[in-house]
Design a protein around this ligand. Structure first.
Ligand code: B12
Length: 213
């Protein structure tokens, strides 16, 4: 099965194999979203486990991220095409960013792409975003939703700081807050006072659409 092959090639950091099989899978009509979520994202989780076990090092994480991004160049136009088939009934404006101290951007960018594909407007603040910048963006863009991403246990806690800063400025009630990333859970989201959590980019779009409807 092609998805298994893509998964295995990415775990083994075999770039040519990943790219050629992504093209093959698309030619066979496998949805780009399935390739990204079922094959590539799962492979990244496995790579994380290999890192944790000491079988892979930081160099391998960097290589994996670079292959993922190469593959996204092929997949992104398809993702946008697939998303635009079901245009959003209500367009939302979303400010998105990875919190301070955290430079993981693959998942956050994927969420941005899927939201845009579904017809929403995304203002992507990038990575390592401090609370002041989130607050400034909420004041300036008046988004319907603020989305924060964190992959490190240490940086996930910073989401609470951002929410507190929004509360201090009287902005918290003006915006829905959603969080995600490997270091977060639905329970964590509730604890810090967020309005929602999603496990992946497809669910993130559904969550945001349900919050603004
Ligand atoms: C690639 C990677 C890196 C790359 C990142 C490159 C890049 N440009 O992003 C590099 C090499 C830079 C890196 C660095 C580090 N990493 Co790293 N990394 C990973 C790895 C293997 C994959 C992450 C990834 O891209 N996944 C694929 C994407 C598609 O999935 P995702 O991010 O989960 O996103 C999806 C969902 O979570 C959700 N989502 C994400 N964001 C949001 C936001 C919202 C609003 C919503 C609703 C949903 C949502 O939707 C996304 C799309 O479907 C993970 C393993 C893992 N299990 O996550 C470790 C991992 C996150 N890293 C880890 C660590 C420890 C580090 C370092 C500290 C290592 C070090 N000693 O230097 C540094 C920290 C750097 C920093 N300050 O941020 C640990 C974190 C452990 C912890 N609990 O804190 C992990 C879990 C590995 C592990 N198992 O040990 N890393």
């Amino acid at each position: 099965m092609l998805l298994d092959t893509i998964n295995k090639c990415l775990v083994e950091l075999n770039k040519e194999c990943v790219l050629s099989n992504v093209v093959k899978a698309l030619n066979e009509g496998i949805p780009a979203s399935q390739i990204v979520l079922d094959a590539m994202s799962r492979a990244m989780e496995e790579i994380g486990r290999l890192y944790e076990n000491g079988d892979y090092f930081i160099a391998e994480l960097i290589e994996a991220a670079s292959i993922f991004k190469e593959a996204m160049k092929i997949l992104e136009p398809k993702l946008r095409e697939e998303g635009s088939r079901e245009k959003a009934f209500k367009r939302a404006r979303i400010v998105l960013g990875t919190v301070k101290g955290d430079v993981h951007d693959i998942g956050k960018t994927l969420v941005a792409i899927m939201l845009q594909a579904a017809g929403h407007e995304v203002i992507d603040l990038g990575v390592d975003v401090p609370a002041e910048k989130f607050v400034e963006a909420v004041e300036k863009y008046k988004p319907d939703v603020l989305g924060m991403s964190a992959l490190l246990t240490t940086t996930a806690r910073y989401m609470r700081v951002v929410i507190e800063e929004l509360e201090k400025k009287g902005l918290r009630q003006k915006v829905k807050i959603v969080v995600g990333g490997a270091a977060t859970t639905p329970q964590f989201a509730r604890e810090i006072g967020a309005d929602g959590w999603a496990p992946n980019a497809i669910e993130a779009v559904k969550l945001i659409e349900s919050l603004i409807s």
